[in-house]
Design a protein around this ligand. Structure first.
Ligand code: SF4
Length: 381
């Protein structure tokens, strides 16, 4: 795992303080989405399908730092949309670092070269560059030629300038183990500090609904990739806990921990998690205290059936590691188990059916913005 030791120590002492305070539910990573606007339109993205008046909304510097203070998580992941389109992003990042929080700034890297000098290298700051595979796979995933080359060139420049750089890779059912393993070798050769990898979540609004992974395919795919890495002696530095990787390989039965990565965006505090927008709370306190958490998660809700995404399950793995440090140590020493039966999975037969509420939230927001007529002019329905 490539999370720097001082970051691990700071997050560890935060968890200890939560335990001593007797808190059962607490956030680890704030998912800050200051805008939905993007300069790409990826087939597997469920975040940019909003009418123009909503895509034009931004969380201000004040709102963004207010969310950081309200939430209190030691790590902030800035997602979107494309965060580098936000004019106040350098101030937002500086404000978070001044609070001694770790910032991961997610970007598709199209503007990275141009905006890089607005930021300074710091152990509190990491560029998290979206790369879903090699040149051909990534350009296909983002539906635009040439993006891989621009992103990898920007990664090289950022490393030369002394920045920490991770890649953020989402895998779909088109991923080939051999190719993915080669891609991980390539990005490590580029000098990236860490790889964050996750199966894609089947966003109901994503244009491409055919290529999301189900749970069994996910586990098999990750076992196959990890096996190749082991056989060829690859040194892949994953920016994820060893127990989360073991979960991806099908060896852990985890319920998700949606409050571990709470999401603040232009609608408010999103219920229940980064992946699902089923409702919005006005404050972090309201989110934590008034969300019916048991209504969500694998086995509870149809839309959660195939989810194994890090924003939902990394916090479950961290919680397990805190409760079972010897198990976590053993898995980190030997790596994920790559053969034999999978751990028993959560039964899905009692899950409540999906509710389709996207249009209602969009309409409410448009009305709030005095743009209720806009819904008739958009594809929001
Ligand atoms: S399983 Fe959990 S993290 Fe995944 S979509 Fe459902 S509530 Fe969100």
């Amino acid at each position: 795992m490539t999370i720097p030791l001082r970051q691990q120590a700071r997050v560890g002492s935060y968890i200890l303080r939560q335990k001593l305070a007797g808190r059962e539910k607490y956030p680890l990573v704030l998912m800050l989405e200051p805008l939905f606007r993007c300069n790409l339109a990826c087939a597997g993205c469920g975040k940019i399908d909003y009418p123009k008046p909503i895509l034009d909304q931004r969380l201000s510097l004040e709102d963004s730092l207010g969310a950081v203070d309200e939430c209190g998580a030691p790590v902030v992941s800035i997602a979107g949309g494309e965060p580098l389109l936000h004019k106040e992003m350098p101030e937002i990042v500086r404000g978070i670092i001044a609070r001694k929080k770790y910032v991961y700034l997610c970007t598709n890297a199209l503007l990275l070269d141009k905006r890089m000098d607005d930021y300074e290298p710091s152990h509190f700051f990491t560029w998290s560059v979206h790369l879903d595979g090699d040149r051909q796979e990534h350009d296909k995933s983002v539906c635009q030629q040439g993006v891989y080359d621009r992103a990898t060139e920007a990664i090289r420049r950022a490393k030369e300038k002394g920045f920490r750089v991770n890649i953020n890779c989402t895998l779909f059912n088109t991923a080939e183990p051999e190719r993915t393993a080669r891609f991980f070798d390539d990005v490590m050769d580029m000098g990236v500090d860490g790889i964050t990898v996750s199966p894609g979540y089947a966003y109901e609004r994503a244009p491409d609904q055919e290529h999301f992974l189900n749970r069994t395919r996910t586990k098999t795919l990750f076992r196959d990739i990890f096996k190749l890495g082991r056989e060829r002696g690859s040194k892949w530095d994953f920016a994820q806990s060893s127990l989360f990787l073991d979960f991806l390989a099908g060896n852990q039965t985890y319920h998700c921990t949606p409050w571990g990565n709470p999401t603040r965006n232009v609608f408010g505090w999103q219920r229940p998690c980064y992946l699902l927008g089923e409702g919005y709370a006005k404050s972090f306190k309201e989110l934590m205290e008034e969300t019916d958490w048991d209504a969500y998660g694998v086995g509870n809700y149809e839309k959660c059936a195939d989810c194994m995404v890090h924003s939902g399950f990394e916090a479950s793995a961290v919680k397990d590691a805190v409760q079972n440090p010897m198990k976590a140590w053993a898995v980190s020493r030997r790596g994920p188990k790559l053969d034999g039966d999978f751990a028993e999975d959560i039964p899905l037969d009692k899950a409540r059916p999906a509710e389709y509420v996207f249009s209602r939230h969009v309409d409410d927001k448009l009305e709030e913005l005095g743009q209720s007529g806009a819904k008739d002019r958009t594809a929001a329905e």
